[in-house]
Design a protein around this ligand. Structure first.
Ligand code: TEU
Ligand code: CA
Length: 529
């Protein structure tokens, strides 16, 4: 079976993972030094956030050169070396490709600025004499004016002009970029905002540009919106899949689409398009038994129809960390604001339970760096250090995503916790000494120990990874399912202890009391089948 059907994939947000040269910014040298950590954690693959040359207006999702590594991260030779080293550690490498927009510092956009309205240089982007009513996903209008009076479209920050995918040069260029990295040995691509590449021809106004009181990143627009999920986008991914299939069959695409309608989502996963896509329905779901069961069933049904393996995602670099989400009264992923009471002990207990749940479900599981350390969201960052354009463009109504991107604590008693030698690009909380990788490594009760054990079992247990799931009858507030006969996962979401079925418990997210599992906990059991 292909590795991408069952893999545990670790998301590396490079500038916050590990610092090799001491300047406070994560880099490839730091990542390479920590490959043994990732191998020992037990993941199968790494997904690396954009590592290309970038002015970092959006953490590298604003690419100025798709064939060069940003100097703060290393060099092209360093990237090639890293790919080889990762492979030697048994880790596949998925890189991020950002096809919806470039940086405004990309040579194409610089040429477009110098060229005249109507020129071929401008035709690679969306230039118009007047804007339409589309909002930017990061807040404010999606249009910025240039000195000669024309406007250009940017669905994200003004420093991220959208490419025009009706332009054949744009299509040819990205195929060439895919080949450039495939030839250097990468195992796959995570496709940024895969559903937004193609816009409705003519860029018509939106019927409902959104409620001005809601930060635009949270406005959901249904099917038929002119700026997302257009049917024409599928032809692009079909041509990319044909290209990928020229390589050795084990390379893969994972799509990032915030498309809510399951049937429209499934269209991207047809056998001649993307192999997998992130399951944001699971990420958004409340920590409640009925809601979780519904999302799991919906996910399995959607993926069964197209024979694609599901993915299970709890956190990433765009959302409030789930230890924090699960410690709140409303456990769903909602707005990022300061003043929501949060019980981190409860959130951590649930995060442990959720980790075992997600790893027991069919398909792929994603781990966002720091999940394995149980890191919470960081809220009290001073305004001046915040870098996410979401914070600025919403006038601070949305705190933005810096709080889930704080550099990892590796060791020691105080910042920078083994990350660099001096200050880190975002400050770490003073009190993270108990969350460092070093302090958790030898503590059998730590989040890190749980992840290591769970990932090891997941790798060796034939029932886990892709395959079937069968629900078992259970008490109210309890989710219980069997994978292969004899492997059971039981999640207690009620507020009282429940009895564990007879058999051999393999791993539990909290200690079992006799044959009872406490609230907000998960256990894996080999039952006497
Ligand atoms: O995010 C896509 C996206 O739509 C985001 O607006 C997302 O919905 C939001 O962050 C949720 O809070 C991708 C990348 O993951 C993100 O980091 C980039 O900023 C964005 O694309 C633009 O490239
Ligand atoms: Ca560095």
């Amino acid at each position: 079976m292909s590795w991408w059907r069952s893999a545990a994939i670790y998301q590396v947000y490079l500038r916050s993972f590990a610092d090799g040269n001491g300047d406070g910014i994560g880099d490839l040298a730091g990542l390479e030094q920590r490959l043994p950590y990732l191998r020992d954690l037990g993941v199968d693959a790494l997904w690396i956030a954009p590592w290309y040359v970038s002015p970092m207006a959006d953490g590298g999702y604003d690419v100025a050169d798709y064939r060069m590594i940003d100097p703060s991260f290393g060099s092209l030779a360093g990237a090639e070396h890293f790919i080889g080293a990762a492979h030697e550690h048994g880790l596949r490498v998925i890189i991020d490709i950002v096809p919806n927009h470039t940086s405004d510092e990309h040579v194409w956009f610089q040429e477009a600025l110098r060229a005249a309205p109507g020129s071929p240089e401008r035709a690679r982007y969306h230039f118009r004499d007047s804007p339409n009513n589309w909002p930017s996903r990061f807040g404010g209008p999606a249009w910025t004016q240039v000195p000669d009076g024309q406007w250009y479209l940017h669905l994200f920050d003004a420093k991220q002009p959208d490419l025009n995918w009706e332009n054949p040069q744009v299509r040819a260029e990205f195929k060439s970029i895919l080949r450039f990295w495939l030839d250097r040995g990468v195992d796959g691509f995570r496709i940024d905002v895969a559903d937004r590449l193609v816009k409705q021809h003519g860029l018509p106004d939106k019927a409902d540009p959104g409620n001005p009181d809601v930060p635009p990143a949270y406005v959901y627009e249904g099917p038929g919106a002119p700026d997302k999920d257009r049917p024409e986008v599928h032809e692009i991914f079909r041509s990319w899949r044909r290209l990928l299939n020229e390589y050795d069959g084990e390379r893969t695409f994972v799509g990032e689409m915030w498309v809510r309608d399951p049937d429209r989502f499934a269209l991207y996963l047809r056998p001649d398009e993307l192999h997998t896509a992130f399951n944001f329905a699971f990420l958004r779901c409340a920590w409640e038994p009925a809601a979780l069961r519904e999302v799991i069933d919906q996910t399995l049904e959607t993926h069964r129809k197209v024979a694609a393996p599901p993915t299970w995602v709890l956190s990433n670099h765009d959302v409030t960390r789930h230890v924090t989400r699960y410690g709140r009264e409303d456990t769903r992923f909602t707005k990022r604001v300061h003043d929501v009471p949060t019980d981190l002990e409860l959130g951590t207990r649930r995060a442990r339970a959720a980790a075992l749940l997600s790893m027991a479900l069919p398909g792929n599981v994603y781990v966002y760096q720091g999940d394995e350390l149980g890191l919470p969201e960081v809220f009290d960052l001073p305004d001046e250090v915040r870098q996410d354009p979401v914070f600025r463009r919403t006038g601070g109504r949305d705190l933005g995503r810096d709080g889930c991107r704080v550099p990892l604590p590796w060791e020691g008693e105080e910042p920078p916790f083994g990350f660099g030698s001096d200050g880190t690009w975002l400050p770490q909380p003073e009190d993270w000494q108990g969350l460092t990788a070093a302090s958790q490594a030898d503590d059998a009760g730590s989040m890190l120990a749980l992840y290591r054990l769970a990932l090891r079992i997941r790798r060796h247990e034939p029932a886990l990874g892709d395959g079937k799931l069968r629900w078992l009858p259970s008490e109210e507030g309890v989710l219980a399912f069997e994978r292969d006969p004899g492997f059971v996962c039981l999640v207690n979401l009620s507020d009282s202890p429940v009895r564990v079925p007879a058999g051999t418990p393999l791993l539990a997210s909290t200690e079992l009391a006799g044959d009872e599992l406490g609230p907000d906990a998960t256990v894996w059991i080999h039952t006497e089948a």
